[in-house]
Design a binder for this molecule. Structure first.
Ligand code: ADP
Length: 252
């Protein structure tokens, strides 16, 4: 398992008392797997990504990434936030190489890798433009390339498509899926969209309401070899959708 959580609890100290965010959370993710996390709003999904990223510590239990206990952020993990968070005053090149600069890895070899990614994913001719000159979908691809530039093994994606309109969201999520597969990364995607999770993942972990615990895990055996867009029309789609829909009912 490239990511492993063993009985993880997270409790925040808030001014008016304690807030339990994660409770008895245990699961593993295999190398190369694409796993989605779905759960009710405010249940603890971002907290879960934060403990895996090493930016939030556990109150109990352990998190392992690539065999090591997580105690601090590591360059094995790449994080892609909800908004692309590209700097408007930097060019596309300036943005995609930002992580390399921050990690003091801005070497000719790394820059060549980034140039290769930009070419492969249709952004090479835009490197001198600024983010406002790009479409929402291109910006999202740019944000992913920035994340891939430092060559992390694991990508944590926190609702990365939520700012996009529906049509763009479908095509960009398919693009991002293809890039992640081609680059042989492990991905953990947080989303509140069940259809999106079914169209992109190998497995879906359903969380309970706060404090989040694992409510169910679904392995999408019938869809794994099928690209995202085709999954939505596949007969097995509904078979996975209905139980997850019921599990997410906060009244149950
Ligand atoms: P989700 O991503 O599922 O919407 P979060 O992980 O962001 O949920 O939050 C889970 C709960 O923990 C929420 O009630 C939120 O208000 C609380 N929370 C998150 N971060 C902090 C923090 N740093 N301090 C106190 N409470 C927090």
């Amino acid at each position: 398992m490239i990511v492993q959580l063993d009985d993880v609890n997270v409790t925040y100290q808030a001014p008016d008392g304690e807030i339990a965010a994660l409770r008895g959370m245990s699961f593993g993710i295999s190398d190369g797997e694409f796993v989605s996390i779905v759960g009710p709003s405010g249940c603890g999904k971002s907290t879960l990504l934060s403990v895996i990223a090493g930016v939030e510590s556990t109150s109990q239990g352990s998190v392992y990434v690539d065999g090591d206990t997580v105690t601090a952020p590591s360059n094995k993990i790449g994080y892609m936030p909800q908004k692309d968070q590209l700097f408007p005053w930097r060019t596309i090149w300036g943005n995609v190489t930002l992580g390399l600069e921050l990690q003091h890895q801005n070497t000719p070899e790394r820059q060549e890798h980034v140039r290769e990614l930009l070419k492969r994913y249709g952004l090479a001719e835009f490197i001198h433009k600024t983010p406002s000159q790009l479409s929402g979908g291109m910006r999202q691809r740019c944000a992913l390339i920035r994340t891939l530039a430092t060559d992390p093994k694991i990508l944590l994606l926190d609702e990365p498509f939520s700012a996009l309109d529906y049509q763009t969201r479908l095509s960009v999520s398919a693009d991002i899926y293809a890039i992640i597969r081609q680059e042989h990364k492990t991905a953990l995607l947080v989303t509140h969209d069940i259809s999106e999770s079914i169209s992109l993942s190998d497995r879906i972990i359903v969380l309970s309401k706060r404090p989040a615990a694992v409510k169910a895990i679904h392995s999408l055996e019938d869809l794994m070899e099928i690209p995202p867009m085709q999954r939505r029309d596949h007969p097995a789609f509904q078979k996975y959708f209905n139980p997850i829909w019921k599990e997410l009912d906060v009244n149950v």
